[in-house]
Design a protein. Structure first.
Length: 321
């Protein structure tokens, strides 16, 4: 008997097997090895995100196959670690690191191969399909941000590119543009280069580098036609300064994709947003205008939860006089 038959009729499984073979095989394994962790997520995805889940899952699993990486263990380990951290937060109300302990986070997480290579980067990549919140954020990126990049765009950047999925999606959907990248982790650099090079993106179309946003961005004023700043604000001790640099380096009217989380303790979250008003005020006072946003409280997916986590995604551009 198929593991999926507790979620879908056999006839539906057979149909999905034809259309999305990697996803069906992965779901079978995920249910077998980690059903206790993913049961509610799988139920939600198959009941409420059927139009997007299967396609995004197949795409990401194909990406994983192209880089010869095994996706199950990183997803499970990343998810377990996040659940552990949020459980602590629910009791303490505190993050792992304070704003004065960024260097500790760098050593423990971003410069640690046992974290970055073994589960963090690939696990986070997989959540774009297998965490409903991240899937919705991914679709907001595709539908709102990618379509806002002008046909005349020649160069843009992702600050904190991590696993490289957003850069891959941007370059695939905008063949006229080149992408620059800036990240603090050597392991993110290596992983993202693999993702782009092994998924048919020409090396001439991207230039990824190492650097710390606290030291400023290596781009001229008004240089960028688009910019991605996803899951960075909560990871750094000086997000105001980083946003000022972002506004400086982007052209007037160019789309800027920004995401963050409030009340969410991860292994490397530093800046503690308590509500979305704090985020929006920070964006505005540092020169960014919000054009559209997607609020993603965990309670939308788990109505009875007491977990106060809120993820949020914005499309912005710089405020001009």
């Amino acid at each position: 008997m198929s593991q999926l038959e507790s979620y879908l009729p056999a006839a539906d499984i057979a149909e999905k097997q034809q259309q999305f073979p990697l996803s069906v095989a992965f779901l079978e394994e995920l249910i077998d090895k980690a059903k206790i962790i993913f049961d509610k997520q799988i139920q939600f995805l198959l009941a409420h995100r059927v139009d997007t889940f299967w396609a995004v899952s197949e795409q990401i699993l194909q990406l994983s196959q192209n880089i010869n990486a095994e996706p199950l263990t990183p997803l499970v380990n990343f998810s377990i670690e996040m659940l552990k951290q949020q459980s602590v937060y629910m009791k303490s109300g505190e993050y792992v690191y304070s704003v004065d302990e960024y260097e500790n986070a760098y050593v423990d997480i971003y410069n640690n191969p046992d974290v970055m290579e073994k589960y963090y980067l690939h696990g986070l990549l997989m959540t774009h399909a297998y965490w409903p919140i991240h899937l919705d954020m991914h679709m907001f990126f595709e539908n709102e941000f990618l379509t806002a990049i002008p046909a005349t765009a020649t160069v843009g950047a992702e600050i904190g590119y991590g696993h490289g999925l957003y850069l891959l999606e941007t370059l695939r959907s905008n063949p006229q543009t080149k992408a620059l990248g800036f990240d603090v982790s050597q392991y993110a650099l290596a992983f993202s280069n693999r993702v782009l090079s092994q998924n048919a993106i020409s090396a001439e179309r991207y230039d990824l580098s190492l650097g710390d946003v606290r030291d400023g961005l290596p781009y001229e004023d008004n240089a960028l036609d688009w910019c991605i700043f996803a899951e960075v604000l909560e990871h750094i001790p000086n997000p105001d300064q980083a946003l000022q640099e972002l506004a400086r380096a982007t052209k007037p009217g160019c789309p800027i994709f920004v995401t963050t989380a409030a009340n969410n303790r991860s292994v490397d979250h530093i800046w503690h947003f308590h509500n979305l008003e704090e985020v929006e005020d920070m964006l505005n006072r540092n020169g960014l205008k919000i054009l559209s946003q997607l609020d993603l409280p965990l309670s939308r997916y788990m109505p009875n939860t007491t977990d106060p986590t809120i993820n949020v995604a914005y499309i912005c551009n710089k405020i001009t006089a």
